[in-house]
Every structure is written in structure tokens, then in C-alpha cells.
Design a protein around this ligand. Structure first.
Ligand SMILES: O=P(O)(O)OC[C@@H](O)[C@@H](O)c1c[nH]c2ccccc12
Length: 260
């Protein structure tokens, strides 16, 4: 059993539990449900392209940073030019929660990606309810028809879709209705990072597809390399979060790329 299998089997239990406690009708009955969402597609072109992540821990790295507050970090990400904010809402494996988005939503304008393992329609209503603008669909845990079905549901709710792929076979999950394709530089099965593999995959996508390089971007050189290869977005978490002061780390990174 891979870690991904474990996460998905736990997620199924979690979703069943939530469904039994809060109905979709109740989820719809919230202030954020009516909120007009912000577009990550537009924001990627207008700002740095960086989607900066708030992540306390991960299965591969253990605790990364559990001392800082989401609002402090995320407002710095916004103020210093992030195109998007990614927030892990999975609790058991990543130490996040729905509250992390809900509590700061009204104070942040930057598009927010709800980063979780989406396997059931119910979670899309949840995402809208907590104030997300974008959701992640991970090809490795969905069929191509589920990807399409979830994409259309997301659009009905005003959410954009970032489809994450890692292998050549997963290119089959692509559909022109999908907003953005993320190529994970990290293999979720063994955690190995390979930037060149991602560049090869990107070159197999239709040319006008908006692409996001995800994970394992650990230096200015990594960022510049992926930018030069034509990626539109860069999803970065650990590089900022591993610092005592992620806000400062983000600001310094942005200053560097603006100078180079
Ligand atoms: O911390 P990193 O290496 O910069 O990676 C960020 C992000 O790409 C990573 O957290 C991620 C990418 N895809 C995921 C799917 C689920 C959970 C987490 C992820």
C-alpha cells in the first residue's frame, strides 16, 4: 500500500463522516457560498506566477513548521506578490484544516487553492463553503471521467480546476475544459523529485495550456530553469515554510527573482 492509497482510504472515511454530519444544503447556506471567486488563471499572468503554499507537515518531511499562523504567512505571500495561495486542508497527513482557509478568507483577495484529496462531489461544496477559488484534482487518484465530471461541477460552483499529473499515462486525464495543469516534480509514491521529467511532460501538453510546476522548487536556479522552459506557475511550499519566518523567506525570494 503506497502512502497515496493510505491517504485516499482515510479520506473516504472522513468524507462519509462529514456527509453524515453536515448536508450539502447546509454547506450552501453560508456567506462564502455566494462569494464571487477570484481567478488564478488571470492572476498567474499578472503577478510573479508563484503559488505560495501554507503547509505545516507532510508525509515525506514530517513537521515542517507548526509554529507560525496562517494569516501572518498568507498575508505576506499576498503583499509581496504571490499569484495564488495554496492551503493544505487535510488534517491527518498534512496538519491542516478547513478553518485555515475560512479564518483568513475575508482578509485575502489573492486566489486560494484548497489543497486536498478530492474524491467525492461533497468536497466541492465544502471547498466553496470555506471560501476557496480553486481546487486540485490529482490524476493518480481519479479516473478521466471523474476528472471531467468534477471539472464541470467545479465550474458550476465558480471554482477553477488545477489538474495534477505526474506520468505520461496521466496525460490522458487532460481535457480542454480544465483550467490549469500542474505537473508534480515529486513522485507521490516514492517522493523523488525530477524537474527534467516535468519539462518533458509539459512539452506533451497542447501548447496553449496553462501549466504549473509543482513541488521540489528549492532554489532561484530551479525556479529560473522552469520559467525558462515555459511554465506559467510555480507551486512552492517547503522552501518558504521550512524557515522560522516564512514571510521573510518569501519576500527575499521575490526580491531575488525581480532583480535577476
Ligand atoms: O513543498 P514543496 O516541495 O514546495 O511542494 C509544494 C506542493 O507542490 C506539494 O505540497 C504538493 C503537490 N501536490 C500535492 C498533492 C497533495 C499534497 C501536497 C502536494
Amino acid at each position: 500500500m503506497t502512502i497515496l492509497d493510505k491517504i485516499i482510504s482515510r479520506k473516504k472515511e472522513e468524507v462519509n463522516f462529514s456527509k453524515a454530519n453536515i448536508s450539502v444544503e447546509e454547506l450552501k447556506d453560508s456567506a462564502f457560498f455566494e462569494r464571487k471567486t477570484a481567478s488564478l488563471k488571470s492572476s498567474l499572468k499578472e503577478k510573479s506566477g508563484i503559488i505560495a503554499e501554507f503547509k505545516r507537515q507532510s508525509p515525506s518531511k514530517g513537521v515542517i513548521n507548526d509554529k507560525v499562523s496562517p494569516f501572518e504567512v498568507v498575508s505576506a505571500y499576498e503583499n509581496f506578490g504571490a499569484s495564488g495561495i495554496s492551503i493544505l486542508t487535510d488534517t491527518d497527513f498534512f496538519g491542516g484544516s478547513f478553518k485555515d482557509i475560512m479564518d483568513l478568507r475575508s482578509q485575502i483577495k489573492t486566489p486560494v487553492l484548497r489543497k486536498d484529496f478530492m474524491i467525492d462531489e461533497y468536497q466541492f461544496y465544502e471547498a466553496k463553503n470555506m471560501g476557496a477559488d480553486v481546487i486540485l484534482l490529482i490524476a493518480a487518484c481519479l479516473s478521466p471521467s471523474q476528472v471531467l465530471e468534477f471539472t464541470h461541477l467545479s465550474h458550476e460552483l465558480g471554482l477553477e480546476v488545477l489538474l495534477e499529473i505526474h506520468t505520461e499515462e496521466e496525460l490522458q486525464h487532460f481535457h480542454p475544459d480544465i483550467d490549469l495543469v500542474g505537473i508534480n516534480n515529486r513522485n507521490l509514491k516514492d517522493f523523488k523529485v525530477d524537474l527534467q521529467h516535468s519539462v518533458r511532460l509539459k512539452n506533451q501538453l497542447p501548447e496553449q495550456t496553462l501549466s504549473v510546476a509543482e513541488s521540489g522548487i528549492y532554489s532561484i536556479e530551479d525556479f529560473s530553469y522552469l520559467k525558462e522552459k515555459g511554465f506559467d506557475g510555480f507551486l512552492m511550499g517547503e522552501y518558504f515554510m521550512k524557515n522560522e519566518d516564512p514571510a521573510k523567506a518569501f519576500k527575499e525570494f521575490i526580491n531575488h527573482i525581480n532583480l535577476s
